[in-house]
Every structure is written in structure tokens, then in C-alpha cells.
Design a protein around this ligand. Structure first.
Ligand SMILES: [Zn+2]
Length: 355
């Protein structure tokens, strides 16, 4: 890993390093940055992974393998702030502070989250965040923002942990001759790339849930965590719910909605709802002594409704319950089978077991 001062940010093509402590009207970049650094230290203590926001206005995150750097653009960080503020503004999670749920959707065509929130940057002001002085609501905002950013950061870290940047697949069973270890297709193929994405999503989900488990089962919770535990994340089921909600919010932010099955087959990333569905499939494998198999199934079944309720009420739009249905059907099942065929080549089996 190169010393931070020597890293040339130009090569990442995401703009220069953002000074997170100096973003006008937004102290939350510094908060997200501190949390991202802390969780990266926890998930990779022996081989450090660095983190930075960059100045790019577009919505983008990335991993640099050479310098072991996770990068999130200003545009994505700001969008996370705007979506979480919209959720808190709309009165979701009324057990926090004083909130009245407001939801009067108008008859407009469904829009992407980014389009719905495009008008303004986030402002840490009374006008933008009317709950700003309500300690409980502020804590809710901070917690949601932190979880959404964590999913993004852990996804990028997972690419590094699984050594996706080495551009070589894992060799597979050692009985195979070395010549058989070469990739079947060029690693730039869309299916290989999409396999790496689904592996990073799955790893991010498991790491994220594990972090919440560690944090909220500790014997001595600080005052803020006590409040969060009491109102939102008291049980492993509730912590799973938040983990899945964070992923749902991220994929809603990333979905432009402009893909088709044809474009999906050529893209480096599967469509956002497809990735969300794959996380629900991965969550079924979660092993936790405090969550029974039927409870796990029920949590995952409910997760899409909670995700939709939070985002749709937050954006004051009609329920978009058909979002995940868009990737149902034979053609998407075939796409999944083709991605799945590539997956074992791109996952570090030791990491998946320990995750
Ligand atoms: Zn990725």
C-alpha cells in the first residue's frame, strides 16, 4: 500500500480527494468518512484498506487494488444524505423523536431516486432538515446514513478482499492442471464482471450484518447505541432488517431504470433490482443462532415491503412494488445462470466461509 500522501488521485478518474471536513453546509461527509475508515479497519485489520471521498459530482464508487483504496464520489455521498433526509423528513420510524408521517403521493410517473432528488444539494439547515434540533430524529438520520454508506464501502472493500483487481480468477480445485486454471472467458466479459459484482454484494451484506451484530451485542453500549438498540435494532432479526434496508436504499439510488434484458447482458453490472434480488437469495444462507429458518424466510419476505415503504414514503411517491418483479422471468433466470457459472472463479472460498 502506498502512503496516502503519495497517492495520485487523478488516476482513479473520480476527481481529486475531497476534504470531507470542509463540505459547505454538510458536516456529514466527515461523519461518513470517519465511520468508513473505522469499519475498514475492522474488516481488514492486517492489510489496511484506505478510504476517501472524491470531488466527482456523478454517482460513483470504486476500488483501487494497487493502493487498496475505497473511493466514493461526492455525488453519491450527497445523494445518500438527500435520500436519508427525505426518509426522516417524511416521518418514517416515528418512535424516534416527534414525527408525523406525511405521505400524499401525486399522480406522476415513477422516477428514479436520483431524478426525484436532483433539484438541490443536501443542506444541513432548518429548512432542509426541519428535525435538525430533535436529537432522536438526528440520531435516526445519522444511523441510516451510516448504514447506507457502509453497504457501498463494504461492497468496494469486498472487491479488494476477493482480489478482483488481480484480474485472475481463483484457481479452483488443486487437482486441476495449471493450464486449466486460466479463465474460460476474458475477465472483461460482462458475465465475469457481473459475477464479481454479485460476489462483492454478497460479501458486503455478510460483513455489514456482522458489524451490526458486533456493535449491538457488546456488553457496554454507549448512550446513542442504547437508544438505537431500544428503538430499532434490539434483536438479530431487526439488525438483519436494517442490513437489507440499507442495500435496498443503495440499489434504489443506483437504478436509472433505463436498462433492458438486452443491455443487461452487455453491462459490467447487473441491473439494480437484480442485484437486490440476489442479496435476498444470499441472505437465505445466513446462519445465526438467534434467527430460526422460518424467521429468516419471513424477514426476507418482509424486506422488500419495508424497503418500498421507506423509499416510497420518503420520496412521496406511489408504491413501486413492481420494482423487483421487473427482473422476474425466464430471461433473467438465464442471466443469473450465466453469471452463476462464473462466480466460483471470482470468490475467495476462505473469505466466503469466514464471512
Ligand atoms: Zn462493484
Amino acid at each position: 500500500m502506498t502512503a496516502v500522501s503519495q497517492v495520485d488521485f487523478a488516476k482513479f478518474e473520480m476527481g481529486q480527494k475531497l476534504d470531507a471536513s470542509a463540505v459547505p453546509d454538510n458536516p456529514w461527509f466527515a461523519f461518513m468518512e470517519a465511520d468508513a475508515k473505522a469499519i475498514l479497519e475492522r474488516v481488514s485489520p492486517k492489510s489496511p484498506i484506505a478510504f476517501a471521498f472524491t470531488e466527482l459530482n456523478g454517482v460513483k464508487a470504486g476500488a483501487n487494488f494497487e493502493d487498496r483504496y475505497v473511493l466514493v464520489s461526492f455525488g453519491l455521498g450527497d445523494l445518500m444524505c438527500r435520500l436519508c433526509a427525505a426518509v426522516v423528513n417524511a416521518g418514517m420510524f416515528p418512535e424516534f423523536g416527534s414525527a408525523t408521517t406525511r405521505w400524499k403521493p401525486e399522480m406522476v410517473l415513477p422516477e428514479s431516486v436520483a431524478t426525484s432528488l436532483k433539484d438541490d444539494f443536501f443542506h444541513w439547515s432548518d429548512a432542509y432538515c426541519p428535525w435538525r434540533l430533535d436529537g432522536d430524529r438526528q440520531l435516526l438520520f445519522a444511523f441510516l446514513l451510516c448504514q447506507v454508506n457502509r453497504f457501498v464501502v463494504l461492497h468496494e472493500a469486498a472487491h479488494i478482499l476477493h482480489r478482483h483487481g488481480l484480474r485472475l480468477p481463483f484457481p479452483g480445485p488443486s487437482v486441476r492442471p495449471p493450464s486449466a486454471n486460466k479463465p474460460k472467458a476474458p475477465n472483461t466479459s460482462p458475465m465475469a464482471s457481473q459475477a464479481r459484482e454479485l460476489i462483492a454484494d454478497s460479501q458486503a451484506f455478510h460483513l455489514h450484518f456482522g458489524l451490526l451484530e458486533q456493535e449491538f451485542t457488546s456488553a457496554s453500549l454507549d448512550e446513542m447505541r442504547q437508544l438505537l438498540a431500544k428503538k430499532l435494532v434490539a434483536t438479530p432479526q431487526a439488525r438483519l432488517r436494517i442490513t437489507l434496508l440499507a442495500a435496498f436504499m443503495v440499489f434504489q439510488m443506483l437504478d436509472s431504470g433505463s436498462w433492458t434484458i438486452e443491455s443487461a447482458r452487455l453491462s459490467s453490472h447487473p441491473p439494480a433490482p437484480f442485484r437486490m434480488k440476489a442479496i435476498y437469495a444470499t441472505a437465505i444462507d445466513l446462519k445465526h443462532p438467534g434467527i430460526s429458518a422460518p424467521e429468516l424466510v419471513e424477514e426476507i419476505r418482509q424486506a422488500r415491503f419495508l424497503g418500498s415503504a421507506v423509499v416510497d414514503i420518503g420520496l412521496n411517491r406511489f408504491p413501486q412494488l413492481g420494482w423487483l418483479l421487473k427482473v422476474n422471468g425466464k430471461e433473467f433466470d438465464e442471466l443469473f445462470a450465466d453469471i452463476y457459472a462464473e462466480m466460483s472463479a471470482w470468490a475467495d472460498p476462505d473469505l466466503l466461509r469466514s464471512g
